[in-house]
Design a binder for this molecule. Structure first.
Ligand code: HSE
Length: 376
């Protein structure tokens, strides 16, 4: 029987992956083994079949017995284990949510509603390393898939509004602790009907600047503010998160001539949905109704939100999208810059299409292909 090893299934992305796999009844047709870096011998996830005790995620010998390894453990684990496993001749499938191997020549970045052809070709040619993309890039591509497929995009600028979840579980908790701290610090003003907004602002601003807010993870307050910097600096004034926009999008799409994708990535106080304001330069003047038809026909998860206030505030926010697989795109209109300039706004769940879902789906695709597992 095919053996699939899961590493990092207990972290945030791993937990969402487990939930989705349970929902879709994915644990079928193979033997699942669960690994741990810190709790060997402990209990695995609760599933509707008996799960053996946790195995050692650093045991190369055991790992090399897996046909497929799925890891959400993070880049350090990948960097520490993957090269040695391959060096020892392991030829199984490595499916990874971390960024470590994304730009490697031996890997494919997976987002099958967008690049199923690239994936199919890779499976055929014997590629064994499949990596989930950066969340912002995957969500932008899910929203704009139709226009990329129609080859009408000259370039894209994406200004992002990224949720706390993208920075990690601790950051999500810290954001709410910051909100709690602020609320507490202004309780007397909030509860006094005679108080003014300026009094409230003054108290909150003082508190934000006091150094008293919990900020071990973000470094500064995010609640009642924003942080226009994500990840580390790279060349040309970009951050690494911004650089990924162009590098990963083009690798996912398998473009021969790269399509420029650039913008500024900003952390905002949403919990788990990344939003993006997009400027798209089209190669030609495509009418708006045609654009909408192209976008909505790309795959089943993209949803056009009509460009009016009522639909926008109801359907195009993190509040609505959180925990869902839909990727709405709205505010679609031609810009006053000219008929080839399209603008749009999109929202997607960072933990679903931005992280766990492409991983869940590539596991199924690999299993169905049977390639290298006795079916080919
Ligand atoms: N790097 C992303 C962020 C999340 O910081 O929001 C992971 O893709």
């Amino acid at each position: 029987m095919i053996k699939v090893g899961f590493v990092g299934w207990r972290g945030m992305v791993g937990s969402v992956l487990m939930e989705r796999m349970k929902e879709e009844k994915d644990f079928k047709g193979y033997e699942s083994l669960f690994f741990s870096t810190s709790n060997v011998g402990g209990e695995g996830p609760e599933l509707d079949f008996p799960v053996p005790p946790l195995q050692d995620a650093n045991d190369l010998n055991l790992l090399s017995k897996m046909d497929i390894i799925v890891t959400c453990q993070g880049g350090d684990y990948t960097n520490g284990i993957y090269p040695d496993l391959r060096k020892e001749g392991w030829s199984g499938y490595w499916i990874d949510a971390a960024s470590a191997l994304r730009m490697s020549d031996e890997s494919v970045i997976v987002l099958d509603p967008v690049n199923r052809k690239v994936i199919n070709k890779a499976l055929k040619t014997g590629i064994k390393t499949y990596v989930g993309g950066n969340c912002t890039v995957s969500l932008m591509l899910m929203a704009l898939a139709g226009l990329f497929k129609a080859k009408v995009i000259e370039w894209v600028s994406s200004m992002t509004y990224q949720a706390a979840s993208g920075a990690g579980a601790k950051n999500m908790q810290e954001l709410i602790r910051q909100m709690f701290h602020l609320t507490n610090s202004a309780k007397d003003i909030i509860n006094n009907p005679a108080s003014t907004a300026l009094e409230l602002d003054s108290r909150i601003t003082d508190e934000l600047r006091s150094g008293r807010l919990p900020a071990e993870n973000f470094g500064v307050p995010l609640a009642a503010s924003l942080i226009p910097w994500i990840d580390k600096a790279v060349a040309n004034g970009q951050t690494r998160e911004e650089w990924k926009g162009g590098a990963e999008a083009n690798k996912i799409l398998g473009t021969k001539t790269p399509i420029p994708v650039d913008g500024i990535c900003v952390r905002v106080s949403a919990m788990r949905c990344h939003s993006q304001g997009l400027t798209v330069k089209l190669k030609k003047d495509v009418p708006l109704d045609e654009i909408q038809a192209i976008l909505s026909s790309a795959h089943e998860w993209v949803k056009i939100v009509p460009n009016n206030k009522e639909d926008t505030i109801r359907d195009l926010t993190p509040v609505t999208v959180s925990g869902k697989l839909i990727v709405p795109i709205g505010r679609l209109h031609k810009m006053t810059l000219g008929p080839k300039f399209l603008t749009a706004f999109t929202v997607g769940d960072q933990l679903l299409w931005g992280a766990a879902e492409p991983i869940r789906r590539i596991l199924k695709i690999v299993l169905e292909s049977g390639k290298g597992m006795g079916k080919d």
